[in-house]
Design a protein around this ligand. Sequence first.
Ligand code: HAM
Length: 410
Amino acid sequence: MIQKPRGTRDFLPDEMEARRSVEAKMREAVRRFGYREVCTPEFEETELFTLRSGEGIMQEMYVFEDKGGRSMALRPEITAAVIRMYINEAKVAPKPLRWCYFADCFRYERPQKGRYRQFWQFGAELIGADTAIADAEVITLAAEALNATGVIWDLKVGHLAFMKNLLKDLEMVAQRRVMAHLDKKDFEGLEATLADMGKEDLAGSLSALTECRTLGEAFEIAGTIPEKERVEQMTGILDESGVSYSLNFGIARGLDYYTGMVFEGFAQNLGAENQIVGGGAYRLAHLFGGDDVASCGFAIGFDRVMVSLGDVQPAKDTIAGIVYTSEGRSFALAVARAFRAEGIRAEMDLMERGLGAQMAHASKSADFAVVIGKREADAGQVTLKNLHSGEQKALVPAAAIAEVKAYGAR
Ligand code: HAM
């Protein structure tokens, strides 16, 4: 038997309906802020992701050579692709652009609960607004999208300026090495790396910065940073907007393109893979041949949200099973059409079974049986049976439709 690839999943109808119901809540939340959906290719030129995404992501990428000898990669994330699209298609559009997406990504990671090789991100990118209120809008948007699903989580907001100020004497490559340790909360590795660089003295202030939870303390530890006012404004707006969050200046993010505000969210009931959202302000456009436009965005790990929510029960369709004899078939087809035209899910028997077997199937799979034999067809009526109560009536199709609709709306 052929199995699905490791780290991928199959989704049966019940699970897909649960996923779509949660997705719809996120979509509705971002729609209310004016974010409109975009879609980019599933694969891109590998270079798009190697230019600035960082070591971590590059090692996890699915890379292949196409028949023309070009190096292609399955997208490990969507931000770089969205910015490429912005440059290709929308450079001159009025700013800011508010875009969102819901799409699958691919990372060759060691699979475990909440960590897959194919996974879905629900995200948004705000392009062309470089203000405190823009940063705050993106955080608020992520919070609203997650809160709409009912997931219980904690939001941590930080800013890279603090860490960067402490690391300003290091080369870019060295800064990234230090930040990669901080991102993974690998403090032992951090000490070893700092010792390697002869920068042991930084360990104390870096760990103090990681621990501190107020702006005042952070300024004390990191020294004066030019972004001071911007950070104060942004946190002020978050407070005014009623967003609940804590400050965390140890957030380093796993991707290399961030430049300022960064944030992460963690589901309370998940174990090791509990990060359900990550985002921040970044600059990528200039690397892809565009203007140096400021952007800010986030991506929610949709699959982790589903794991955290557990058993999601979406609203159920009312189902009409159309049960008929061969003499009733033409009328049954017309009745099924009429039910569907009114938005009701109507399922015809397809197995050429007798009425008894059809009724037995309907009682397992439907809410109503719409029975059509010769007598009903001749009279232009159906026998509508409520399969939960057992009640049955002879009705013209319009009345049967009204009855099924009333049941669905109860
Ligand atoms: P990221 O933190 O790499 O950020 O991924 C965002 C979220 O995707 C993570 O917080 C996590 O919930 C989920 N995720 C990542 N890897 C996996 C996996 N293997 N299985 C399941 N879920 C996973 C980004 O991708 C950035 N593009 C976010 C962003 C948008 N920044 C600015 N705009």
